[in-house]
Design a protein around this ligand. Structure first.
Ligand SMILES: Cc1cc2nc3c(=O)[nH]c(=O)nc-3n(C[C@H](O)[C@H](O)[C@H](O)COP(=O)(O)O)c2cc1C
Length: 368
């Protein structure tokens, strides 16, 4: 019976990702939920993540800051202090108890921050000293301070230490957050990076920081536990590039040198974080260039996720908002059952239950 069903649902077929045996192709996309009070993961995350765990399923935890200069939003979890590592342990254990594979997304926001989040009220750091303009959502970003060339190894080391801590917390691996206009993306994109040292100018120079982070993290925990997320086509936080195709391809090819586990790319149709647009660009050239596991994300539903796998455009498909609102997304896809609608008003609120762990499972929804 299982086999017949599997033939019909490409997303629900097994896949071997390096040393990890996945039982299906649905991935929990990294989702910031801002419920880690004081940058410490909280016990309510145990229920949240275990609700979304399936045996042999891959989960990517919410973006997790690597140091006290990395913070740009309130109540996001960190992983640079012992207290944070200890707080992650029961969450990771709960995911493992249900047979899930759990990666930590390690994050530095760079200039997407303000002095209020920074130690001693200092300026946020970036590759540039150019500010982000006033945002439409009322967020306030302070003018950043440009990192000097000799300071850069310290930030790379912070990524390395965060990866080491993630291993200590029990995670199966890390995803380096190189997307969405945060620090690594700021270095890569020519709309932001205006450096004149070896970290700016040419494509190769702009990608140097990202690749040095990949190398350091891989040396620390093993390349078979390292993934990276990129969004070459998006321009959130005024972080766009004049030639995203070339950027994406250069990264995909360069990453092969480090033999990392996976490359996770946000679809070009996600010009903003949450709306999809029709577009002609495609991730297929990156998919073809990269030797490891290829994960796609951004605006996927059941049907186009199945198509992506069936057409070999991706090995795995990450789901953000649908998984946020449907803890039993795998089961619903299996049965082609209706989905709960997500409520964007509670994406980033701090309640430990509402909009977090109270989305109903299928039985509850149908028996209610
Ligand atoms: C509430 C929310 C939080 C998010 N947090 C993160 C994050 O921490 N790291 C990240 O790389 N992307 C983050 N994203 C982007 C998602 O991972 C995903 O790429 C995006 O939602 C598009 O996929 P979807 O259409 O399946 O939701 C977030 C998106 C949402 C809606």
């Amino acid at each position: 019976m299982g086999e017949v069903r599997n033939l019909q649902v490409p997303l629900i077929t097994p896949y071997k990702m390096g040393n990890f045996h996945l039982s299906h192709r649905l991935v929990l996309a990294p989702l910031t939920r801002m419920r880690s009070y004081g940058n410490v993961p909280q016990p309510h995350a145990i229920l949240y993540y275990s609700q979304r765990t399936t045996k042999g399923g891959l989960l990517i935890a919410e973006a997790t800051v690597i140091s006290d200069t990395a913070i740009g939003y309130p109540d996001v979890p960190g992983i640079w202090k012992n207290e944070q590592v200890e707080a992650w342990k029961p969450i990771v254990d709960a995911v493992h108890a249900k047979g899930g594979i759990f990666f930590s997304q390690i994050w530095h926001t760079g200039r997407v921050s303000n002095t209020g989040f920074q130690p001693n009220g200092q300026a946020p750091i970036s590759c540039t000293d150019k500010s982000i303009g006033p945002s439409s959502n009322g967020s306030h970003y302070s003018p950043p301070r440009r990192l000097s060339t000799k300071e850069i190894p310290q930030i790379i080391n912070d990524f390395r230490l965060a990866a080491k801590n993630a291993m200590e917390a029990g995670f199966d691996g890390v995803e380096i957050h190189g997307a969405h206009g945060f620090l690594i993306d700021q270095f890569m994109k020519d709309q932001v990076n205006d450096r004149t040292d070896e970290y700016g100018g040419s494509l190769e120079n702009r990608c140097r920081f990202a690749l040095e982070v990949v190398k350091a993290v891989s040396e620390e925990i093993g390349a078979d536990r390292v993934g990276i997320r990129l969004s070459p086509f998006s321009d959130y936080m005024e972080s766009g590039d004049s030639n995203p195709e070339a950027l994406g391809l250069y990264m995909a090819e360069s990453l092969n040198k480090y033999s990392i586990l996976y490359l996770h790319v946000v679809e070009p149709r996600m010009k903003t974080m949450e709306e999809k647009f029709k577009c002609s660009e495609s991730l297929v050239p990156m998919r073809k260039a990269f030797n490891g596991t290829f994960i796609v994300a951004g605006g996927y539903d059941r049907e186009d996720g199945n198509n992506a796998v069936a057409e070999n455009h991706a090995d795995l498909v990450a789901y953000g908002r649908l998984f946020l609102a449907n803890p039993d997304l795998l089961k619903r896809f299996e049965l082609d059952a209706p989905l709960n609608k997500y409520d964007r008003n509670t994406f980033y609120t701090s309640d430990p239950v509402a909009g977090y762990t109270d989305y109903p499972f299928l039985e509850e929804a149908t028996s209610a």
